[in-house]
Design a protein around this ligand. Structure first.
Ligand SMILES: Cc1cc2nc3c(=O)[nH]c(=O)nc-3n(C[C@H](O)[C@H](O)[C@H](O)COP(=O)(O)O)c2cc1C
Length: 367
């Protein structure tokens, strides 16, 4: 696209997407819950960490590759699940998935995707694909979606555990909320379950909706009995729950406040990350999302112990600006920024990055 060269950072993509998207889609994507305190905090929190640059180290070659669940990715920057990629680009999740494949990274596909699992499988993208599921009230639906994901070559099941009810997003609600969702797109992955009791509330068509999910840790144990795939819990924000996740022998957690879209008034994910990493040790892999927008954010998250970061809204902004190429460009910008940040802090490999490179910008800081 003609403007592509002018888009130098993820904030440029956000501004461009805001111009290009219909108002309803923009509001749906950008909104946070309630007063949007947490959504704003997610960005600010990263800025409270300072980097400590080390010099005169050989950083002429930087290797950003790492692994997630044992699979190699070219950089520790992966894609969070978000509903209805078709609202941002007609190719929807097919474009996203191809972008992830071409950038050799991992993507979590939302349960509420525009395209179905089977449509994704049909284009055979080589990306590492994980499927987001909920423990819907009708557990047969969950079981069926897991089986479909296994057949379609997905490599892990990601359960969103932070949605017992939907957060109130006032801006989209003022524009029509549920009616808006219905008119925007169809949920390709859920079509076949119309008439079943999903129990998920406002953002789904009324024929699928009832007030809330009723999942507990017992359901996590149950999911583990119905799949041979690794299970990851997305939406863990406390040491207590991280330890319970480890007890339930899941393979990973995403430390996430859902991009500030669920409980307003929780801290930024980045601020709870290191305590969680320290508590669980190497019992499971710890990833983080919410507010990651720059390569230095990525470096800070890795320094605090994340194995990889995930990005949510920027994927939709990339899609809105230029489809698959837009998502690739967003990932490339973050990679270039991470590579530069590694060089400037004196790190040539991901394993070089540690807490030694950070200090907190507060009154106890030594800086
Ligand atoms: C429009 C939108 C839809 C989302 N849909 C889902 C979803 O279906 N499942 C889920 O677990 N998280 C969902 N999320 C949360 C993201 O996976 C992710 O946690 C969050 O966007 C990360 O924050 P960031 O947008 O600041 O990067 C959604 C986020 C957005 C913006």
């Amino acid at each position: 696209m003609a403007t592509a060269g002018k888009l130098l950072c993820l904030d440029d993509y956000e501004a461009q997407a805001r111009e290009l998207l219909p108002l309803r889609a923009w509001v749906l994507i950008s909104a946070g819950a309630d007063d949007e305190v947490t959504v704003n905090e997610n960005r600010r929190a990263f800025q409270r960490y300072w980097l400590k640059p080390r010099v005169l180290r050989d950083v002429s070659v930087r290797d950003m590759s790492t692994t997630v669940l044992g699979e190699k990715i070219d950089a520790p920057i992966c894609l969070s699940p978000s509903i209805l990629h078709g609202t941002a680009h007609p190719d929807g999740e097919i474009a996203t998935c191809k972008a992830a494949a071409q950038m050799s990274t991992a993507m979590i596909m939302s349960a509420f995707s525009s395209k179905s699992l089977e449509e994704i499988a049909a284009v055979r993208p080589k990306s590492i694909k994980w499927q987001n599921v909920y423990t819907w009230r009708d557990r047969e639906v969950t079981k069926d979606m897991i089986a479909r994901a296994e057949r379609a070559g997905f490599k892990a099941i990601v359960i969103s555990v932070d949605v017992p009810v939907l957060g109130m997003k006032r801006r989209p609600t003022k524009l029509g909320g549920q009616a808006m969702m219905r008119t925007l797109q169809k949920f390709g992955n859920l079509d076949k379950y119309i008439g079943k009791d999903l129990g998920i509330g406002e953002d789904v068509p009324p024929e699928l909706a009832t007030p809330c999910l009723t999942s507990t840790w017992k359901d996590i144990a149950w999911v583990k009995t119905v799949t041979r795939l690794p299970v990851i819990l997305k939406g863990i924000m406390t040491v207590e729950d991280a330890l319970l996740a480890a007890e339930h022998k899941v393979q990973g957690i995403v430390v996430s406040n859902h991009g500030g879209r669920q409980l307003d008034g929780v801290p930024a994910s980045i601020d709870v990350l290191s305590d969680i990493v320290d508590a669980v040790g190497d019992k499971l892999e710890v990833y983080v999302d919410s507010g990651v927008r720059t390569g230095t954010d990525v470096l800070k998250a890795l320094a605090l112990g994340a194995r990889a970061v995930f990005i949510g809204r920027p994927v939709l902004y990339g899609l809105a600006c230029n489809g698959k190429e837009g998502v690739k460009a967003v990932l490339q910008i973050l990679r270039d920024e991470l590579s530069r940040a590694m060089a400037l802090t004196g790190c040539s490999r991901i394993s070089d990055i540690s807490r030694d490179f950070l200090s907190k910008r507060d009154r106890w800081s030594k800086l």
